[in-house]
Ligand binder design. Sequence first.
Ligand code: FAD
Length: 474
Amino acid sequence: SPIIVWFRKDLRLRDNLALATAAESGRPVIPVYILEPASTGTGPLGAAQAWWLHHSLLALAASLKDIGSNLVLRSGPAEAVLASLISDTNANAVHWNRRYDPPGVSIDTALKEALTTNGLTVRSFSGQLLHEPTRLRTGGGTPYRVYTPFWRALEASGKPPEPVPAPTSLTCPASWPGSDNIEDWKLLPTHPNWAAEFADVWQPGEAGAQERLASFIENGIGDYRHGRDFPARSNTSRLSPHLSLGEISPADVWHATRGLGASVSAEDVIHFRKELAWRDFSYHLLFHFPELATKNWNPRFDAFSWSGSQDLFHRWTQGRTGYPIVDAGMRELWRYGTMHNRVRMIVASFLIKDLLIDWREGERWFRDTLVDADPASNAASWQWVAGSGADAAPFFRIFNPITQGEKFDPDGDYVRQFVPELAGLDARYIHKPFEAPQAALNEAGVRLGDTYPLPIVDHRKARSMAMAAYQSLE
Ligand code: FAD
């Protein structure tokens, strides 16, 4: 009897235990991807990630073809889809790699029980994280809520398992069950095609992920610790969308950072692993505290009086706030489905603390527009910036968009790339065009309030309003 290998957030052949164990059995293997209905809790698939998923599935299907197999596409609730596949193919086993978002966990738990009761063998494996969220516990046996002890425990628990190679061939079933046509899933945008430029910077799929990793190890990690904060530099890996859909395993990434030789310092490697561990930590939190995705971790923030201004929110989404570093970030997001981590923190702080808009509005916008949209990292990071999260930055840490820009984009290269109407402005004013002398604006062809907006709020006043709103909670 065949084994069904159900692909989910593990769209890869390498270091895929569900697939490797099925291949080793020598039995026929039926690789399947199921487009499941939007689940509540962590929210539906965002539009930018849907673009990515489309291309990633095409890449996965091509890799499976190369090893003599096929990818079956189906849509609907997993339980019904698997039941019909099992009856069509006489499969008597299902393999998958575990997922850790709460709706996914509850679907999988129920399915495992139902399938096992019906006499099927269900085998689940790890691979989405460096460590199972159930494995790392505090001395008192509870889940971690604070990152630093979590990181220490993760580091002390040793190397993640060595990645397993991709199978070189798979046995086919006697006949292939029917498959949906991916075009019918309508994962790509149509009019307007806002994803037109995504493919200029991204290559979804396992090969793209491996190339990205190799190029980061070659050119980026060497100065990671320092360079990772500068959005115009290429010191970060840009692996997050690949990790988000599991085109590469975090263990594979971790092992690639071993034995790098003298050109890469131990601090750079450790710092990078610490960031990878933030991803694990976010899942650890979401797994143990599912409300992280939708509720203030710290209920004190439930009483916060948000401005809720739709107009200001809209200006933020469009990158028309009048603060160049914020606008550059929001436009990078729209154009390429991504944003540098430093700038994510700046724009998130600006939305929450300068515009007094609930972090959940920002989280939702990011979820729809980021190619790396991730239920755990997105929610945990938004709550971190808001100050409402577990182990969060304190609320009063309010980023100043001018000084942040000056510090982390000192020549204004990042702003010039994404806010071209300011490209000609002298670096002294690029982060505060509203303070530039008229002559400098004229020379750069900038007309404030016309070619580029005036600030939608005064940062200093907004800061005091935010502090007052926060203090009124006490
Ligand atoms: P690198 O610096 O190369 O880091 C390597 C990997 O570590 C990343 O690919 C990512 O998987 C992980 N990582 C790094 N930083 C973090 C972090 N702070 N939290 C969790 N994991 C991290 N990341 C997402 O993957 N999806 C999201 O939806 C997401 N939303 C965010 C929202 C906000 C408001 C903020 C401030 C951060 C968010 N992040 C999110 C975290 C971080 O910004 C991105 O993971 C990072 O920018 C990805 O770029 P990179 O791959 O070059 O990272």
